[in-house]
Design a protein around this ligand. Sequence first.
Ligand code: CA
Length: 263
Amino acid sequence: MLSTPSLEAKKVQPNMKIGRVLVVEDEDLIRETIALTLSEEGYEVLTAVDGRSALEIIQTTIGKGNALPRSFPSAAQESAKLDLIILDLMLPYVNGLDLCRLVRREGNSIPILMLSAKGTETDRVVGLEVGADDYLTKPFGMRELVARCRALLRRHQQFQSSTQAPTLKFQDITVFPQECRVTVRGEEVNFSPKEFKLLELFMSHTKRVWSREQLLERIWGPDFIGDSKTVDVHIRWLREKLEIDPSNPEYLVTVRGFGYRFG
Ligand code: CA
């Protein structure tokens, strides 16, 4: 029923995988067409024919495996990580809305593209309300589906890279931006939000000299009403937490006539 002439020509190297997609759709033709199209585009594709088997695959990726008995062990092995879920709304056993809700309840932010035969505004709204990122109404063209998938993955990757700030390390000071945590000489030290943001900024640009005005602008924002003494006060607090001898700082140094420098 489906022709595969271009599959060989577009065959992608295993290490060129651009994303792993789970396609959940009970209509065979649609599921297979989507799977084929996405494979041709270079995606690795997993498929599920109903809500229950989809749940099996999803649970192995988000760590909760107790809601339903495991009957698809091979799927569990295969689905170490998913990048996108394409989810039909009406499915046997567990419908798309419930699956979507479940994924979000676990705090997983994987992009979800919902498919539906119905096209009413209500369905769309409900789909988005339970946490779908986008919505396609059947019938749809494969080109549009691919475009939506690409956009969702791109947006998600941008979001991930903006939220997954790397650990910052300078000598014996380590900042964990995502956990809002700092260790100084191996000891956990508490920082106020402003102190933390300052330290994060300094450690992201070691050796760079910052004027008080620049620091005010970056940390307190352009609308801040107050003077640059605020910066000096925070620098003093930072030194008390970072320096062995705060009156003789080694990390957070004053650059006379200019401002402050870290490192
Ligand atoms: Ca269906």
